[in-house]
Design a protein around this ligand. Structure first.
Ligand code: GLN
Length: 267
């Protein structure tokens, strides 16, 4: 009996030591970061723990563009806020739009937020959150163009941003040989101004920005195509991260934060 009591005491001592270590392990001066209110969610399968790496192409205003060396815009701000709510730090990697799916697949980035349209083809290689924005392709032509609607695009030379739904839309109207893909929308619009292409097909919000920029030279032809949904993409098997981003964005929608961000960037 005495033997058991001693054993019990020894075990209790070990247990207490472990507890003490656990309790005293955390430094008393742990920084209290009010900017990060949430504990980091576990098992998000991030490449670097605590860091959410977002891939984007910062040539798609007002969703992402560079300002003073930083990537800003609706997507950037939405994801900063989402990361804060998830309890991780956001890092933005700026790259060519058409290299984003590959970067996600190669795990160079954890997610894509790039005004990225949900499509069946893309759903085969990546997973999407719920949609956060509804968009539509817009046609940009020069003021003196005879193109006034989508059917006028038949067999025309069309400029677009490489790898986008704008390019896929162009393929419905003209031969691939007539489609000129550019690294970004700005270059496509410059080609239109210079007479290298007859029209540009690009998402409506960037189209509006170019419309303002080249106001006296171009006309926008809107509401010609089907609506598209933007969502954030993650690796196909990363359900935990998909859920975490989804919850954060849905919370932002519920408390009005999301609308404030939209109003800031879209007039
Ligand atoms: N919404 C378009 C797409 O997903 C264009 C996105 C972009 O150029 N950033 O293809």
């Amino acid at each position: 009996m005495k033997k058991y009591a001693r054993l019990l005491a020894a075990m209790l001592a070990v247990v207490m030591m472990v507890f003490c270590f656990a309790a005293c392990g955390a430094p008393a001066t742990e920084p209290t970061d009010t900017e990060t209110p949430n504990e980091p969610a576990a098992n998000l399968n991030l490449q670097t723990e605590g860091v959410l790496v977002m891939g984007t192409n910062a040539e798609f205003p007002p969703f992402e563009y560079e300002e003073g060396g930083a990537v800003v815009g609706l997507d950037a701000e939405m994801m900063q806020e989402a990361a804060k709510r998830i309890g991780v730090t956001l890092e933005i990697k700026n790259m060519a739009f058409d290299s984003l799916p590959e970067a996600l697949n190669a795990k160079e980035i954890d997610c894509i937020a790039a005004g990225l349209t949900v499509s069946p083809d893309r759903e085969e290689v990546m997973a999407f959150t719920d949609g956060y924005y509804t968009a539509m392709q817009t046609i940009i032509v020069k003021k003196d163009s005879d193109i006034t609607a989508a059917d006028g695009l038949t067999d025309k030379k069309i400029g677009c941003q490489s790898g986008t739904t704008g390019q896929w839309t162009a393929e419905d109207y003209t031969d691939v040989a007539n489609i000129v893909p550019f690294a970004n929308g700005a270059l496509a619009v410059e080609a239109l101004i210079n007479g290298q292409v007859d029209a540009v097909i690009i998402d409506n919000n960037p189209a509006k920005e170019y419309g303002t920029q080249y106001g006296d030279q171009v006309t926008l032809i809107e509401n010609q195509f089907e609506a598209e949904t933007y969502a954030v993409a993650v690796a196909k098997d990363n359900t935990a991260l998909c859920d975490a981003i989804n919850n954060a964005i849905n919370d932002m929608k519920a408390d009005g934060t999301f609308d404030k961000i939209v109003e800031k960037y879209i007039k």
